[in-house]
Structures are given as C-alpha cells and as structure tokens.
Design a protein around this ligand. Structure first.
Ligand SMILES: Cc1cc2nc3c(=O)[nH]c(=O)nc-3n(C[C@H](O)[C@H](O)[C@H](O)COP(=O)(O)OP(=O)(O)OC[C@H]3O[C@@H](n4cnc5c(N)ncnc54)[C@H](O)[C@@H]3O)c2cc1C
Length: 335
C-alpha cells in the first residue's frame, strides 16, 4: 500500500520490490542511535533530500530485514558551513576542496591543528569529531590568509573579484588584521592560535608539513593547486588580514542501511534472502564498510546494485514464469 498525493494506492509487484528511498540521513532517531556526535548532543547538518528519512529501512525491518550497524561509520561524513541567506533561512555548504589549498589550515575549537586538512571529507569529519570530544559542540575553524581566500575562495566565499563584504556582514566569515585579532573574533585563545600558525609557517615556507603530511598523498595533491610549488597543498599563512569560517559535521548520505547479499536481495538476520525484496542505493548498507575509498563511493555501488537487482529479478522471472491472470500481467495493478 502506497500513499500518493494523500491517496492510498495498492500496488501489486509481480516479480520483486527494490527499496531505494535514499537511506536515513534525515531520520533523527537513527542519527541519535548511530552518529557519535549526535549521541553527544551535538548538531548535524545534511544537504541530502529532506525526504530521505529511512522509509526503506523501516519497511525492510517490518518483514524481517536487518539494519546493519556493524559499519565503521554511519554516513559519508562531510564538513559543512552554514550560510545565512537574506530570507533568514540557512544554506548548507559542503567543503570538498578548499581545505587542501595552500594558505588554508583547519584548527580545533582549541585553536590547534588536528588533521591533514587535504585528506578526504570523510576523514576530516572523523578527526573533527575526535578533536571535539568533551566540547560544547562538534566543529572546527578553517583559517586562511588574504592571498589564499582571494585566490581560491573559501566555502561559499568566491575568489577575487567577488566581494567579501556580504559574508563579513552576515557573520559567515570572520576577519582579523592579525591572527590574534581573528582568534578573539572566533572565541579561541589568541596565544594558542598564533603559536599554531607560527609553527605551521616555519616548515610551510619550504612546502613541508611534518605534523600531518599535507600533500603527501595523490588525493591531497589533486585537490591542491598544481601551479603552487614545491607542494600544491602547503603555503604559509603569511600576510593579514586573516579569515576564519566555522565547519560543522554533515553527510552526503548514510552508509549504514539494510543488509543485502551479492544479488542485492534483502537478507534476514540468519542471512537467508527475503523472497522478492531487494535494496539499492543508500537504502542498502554500503559495501565499503563505512569508509571512503575514493570518488563515487555511493553513486558507484548504487548504480551497480540497482543493475544487479534488476538482473536478478529478470533471471528469476525467466526461470519461473509467473502464473498470473491477464489482468495481473498489467505493469502495475492499482486499486
Ligand atoms: C552535495 C553532494 C555531492 C555528492 N557528490 C557525490 C559524488 O561525487 N560521488 C558519489 O558517489 N556520491 C555523491 N553524493 C552522494 C550521492 O548523491 C547519494 O549518495 C546518492 O544520490 C544516493 O542515491 P539514492 O538513490 O540512494 O538516494 P536519492 O538519490 O536521494 O534518491 C532517493 C529518492 O527516494 C525518494 N524517497 C524517499 N522516501 C520515499 C518514500 N517513502 N516514498 C517515495 N519516495 C521516497 C527521495 O525523495 C529521493 O528522490 C553527493 C551528495 C551530495 C548531497
């Protein structure tokens, strides 16, 4: 039984049902159950469709399917910034690439670096969650010098010649003439932030980051600036004014989900397929086990297992043709 435009509609599926409702990124109960920072009472911000509330998972569980919580991470984490809009609403901006640019670093709420900022968004948020343990919120700050923000932009802030003023006025972006001034603006101890930047700059001028190894991986360098030498990801934060914007945890989709087998069939707790029931996309628990191994980590498996499910259903139909009346052979029988 489906509900469409307020009407209840009965649909007969002759060969199989594929659950593909996009996982549970907007299911607040499931977030509390599986997101470590939400369990700690902290915020989470997802730009995924608001409709994705885990309906597929719920329906699978109702007929004996299993919500697989054994994955290392519940979702594909991504750092977000919150963009104030003129109409009073807030946009959610994913930070994929800016973190890896030369002249940009990330610091914890204590004003200390805590990760290789050029690593994947999924890795950075895990480090942010760890660095925010015991703090009133899960968050960190992206810090850039003037040259970097004008050359590359930062989050929703576009590069020169687009103006910085609107972002400074609505509070999205903070600015300080000196690092210590900036620290005061963002509620971080000025001496600590100044020491962090000083320490980073000492080796950054030679393109090195001995503390976290920015630019040491092909993934890092790909997101950096190929024209910046010797390290596409590393430059000192040299001249003010300096800028900061806050990053908070978000996701691109959930990783945990319905347990399936190699045919995309939903399986019960003892591993037996539930006849005729399939799951694909983020409704299915990610075959990547909760890790980000590279680009396409959700779309790739989504496409693949949608195709696998379709093939399995078609193969099954060929093996056992349905014994149905002419009326039931209509594509969808709705009452
Ligand atoms: C900004 C951004 C960038 C991304 N970049 C990448 C990338 O580069 N590579 C990558 O692999 N992935 C990326 N992703 C993730 C990827 O887009 C998603 O993981 C993917 O779209 C999920 O596909 P899906 O079919 O499971 O869900 P969706 O595409 O969300 O589709 C689910 C659909 O089901 C509908 N629905 C939900 N509940 C019901 C219901 N009860 N009844 C009827 N319909 C329902 C929803 O409205 C939605 O239309 C990105 C995501 C975002 C937000």
């Amino acid at each position: 039984m489906l509900e469409r435009d307020g009407q209840r509609v009965s649909v007969k599926a002759r060969h199989g049902v594929v659950l593909a409702s996009g996982g549970f990124p907007h299911n607040l109960e499931r977030r509390k159950e599986t997101y470590p920072h939400v369990k700690a009472g902290h915020g989470h911000f997802s730009p995924t469709p608001q409709t994705n509330v885990g309906d597929g998972t719920r329906m699978a569980e109702e007929v004996g399917g299993v919500f697989d919580k054994t994955l290392s991470n519940a979702a594909a984490w991504t750092p977000m910034s919150l963009v104030p809009r003129k109409d009073g609403t807030t946009g959610i901006m994913p930070h994929f690439i800016d973190r890896a640019k030369p002249g940009v670093i990330a610091v914890s709420l204590d004003g200390k670096r805590f990760a290789n900022e050029a690593n994947s968004y999924h890795d950075l948020v895990q480090a942010m969650i760890a660095a925010s343990k015991g703090k009133p919120e899960t968050a960190c700050w992206l810090i850039a010098d003037h040259a970097a923000i004008r050359h590359y932009g930062l989050g929703f802030v576009k590069p020169f010649p687009m103006p910085l003023g609107p972002h400074l006025r609505n509070g999205y972006l903070k600015r300080g003439k000196m690092i210590e001034d900036l620290a005061k603006q963002i509620g971080v101890d000025p001496a600590t932030l100044a020491a962090t930047v000083r320490q980073y700059n000492e080796t950054a001028q030679y393109g090195r980051d001995p503390e976290f190894g920015r630019g040491s991986k092909a993934y890092n360098r790909y997101q950096g600036d190929a024209l910046h030498t010797p390290n596409p990801c590393v430059a000192p934060l040299a001249n003010g004014p300096f800028y900061a914007l806050k990053l908070v945890p978000g996701d691109l989709g959930s990783f945990m989900g319905i347990r399936t087998n190699e045919h995309a069939q939903v399986v019960s707790r003892d591993g037996d397929p539930i006849p005729g029931l399939y799951a694909a996309g983020n409704d299915a628990a990610s075959i990547m086990g909760g890790e980000y191994n590279g680009a396409g980590i959700t779309l790739g498996p989504g496409l693949t297992f949608g195709y696998v499910a379709g093939n399995h259903i078609a193969d099954h139909v060929q093996a056992t043709p349905p014994k149905a009346s002419a009326a039931a052979r209509e594509p969808l029988a709705m009452h």
